[in-house]
Design a protein around this ligand. Structure first.
Ligand code: AMP
Length: 179
């Protein structure tokens, strides 16, 4: 089983990933976590990514796709924060098809804009200041939202109310995976 968690920054993808990987044998693949690990290791990629992430823009598709490709194996994956562009979605479909696999569920976490901003400010991450948050939401609307239509047309899209209690949201997702 391969699942994509789709949603704006601050919509709870990371939190829900932690719950879902407790309940299922899924490999958690978060491109944001991978990039933060590169920054912590002060690698060349990390130094490049740090500037881009601080601005709220997206790291290039080539770099992101290579990071994912090197981590795909036979185990089912939970994709968190990836794909973020149509080019990344198409690349992921190709990479999975090469392994005779596919995306089974795309879970779109719908959260009110006000709650998103409050959550992100509470998180206190390096890229969680107001100017960067604003740009990340704009980048999401422009580059990532089109993925909703991409996966809807494949019949894989499931909208989930991502407001409110963490465990209740997990239960809503689990209900989709069971159906
Ligand atoms: P996240 O932790 O998923 O919110 O990602 C933090 C930042 O890392 C984003 O604002 C981007 O700059 C970068 N990033 C993470 N995932 C991707 C991706 N799939 N494509 C491009 N940039 C990404």
């Amino acid at each position: 089983m391969n699942i994509i968690l789709l949603g704006a920054p601050g919509s709870g993808k990371g939190t829900q990933s932690a719950n879902l990987t407790k309940n299922h044998q899924l490999k958690h693949l978060s491109t944001g976590d991978m990039l933060r690990a590169e920054i912590a290791a002060d690698s060349e990629l990390g130094r490049k990514a740090k500037v881009i992430m601080a601005s709220g823009e997206l790291v290039s598709d080539d770099i992101i796709i290579a990071m994912i490709e090197s981590r795909l194996d036979e185990q089912g994956a939970l994709f968190d924060g990836f794909p973020r562009t149509i080019a990344q979605s198409q690349a992921l479909d190709r990479l999975l098809a090469n392994k005779n696999s596919q995306i089974d569920y795309v879970i779109a976490l719908d959260v009110d804009q006000e709650e998103i901003i409050q959550r992100m400010l509470a998180r206190g991450r390096a890229d969680d200041n107001e100017a960067t948050i604003r740009n990340r939401l704009a980048v999401y609307n422009k580059q990532t939202k089109p993925l909703i239509d991409y996966y809807r047309s494949q019949g894989k899209l499931h909208h989930i109310d991502g407001n409110g209690d963490i465990d209740q949201i997990t239960a809503r997702i689990e209900a989709v995976l069971k159906s």
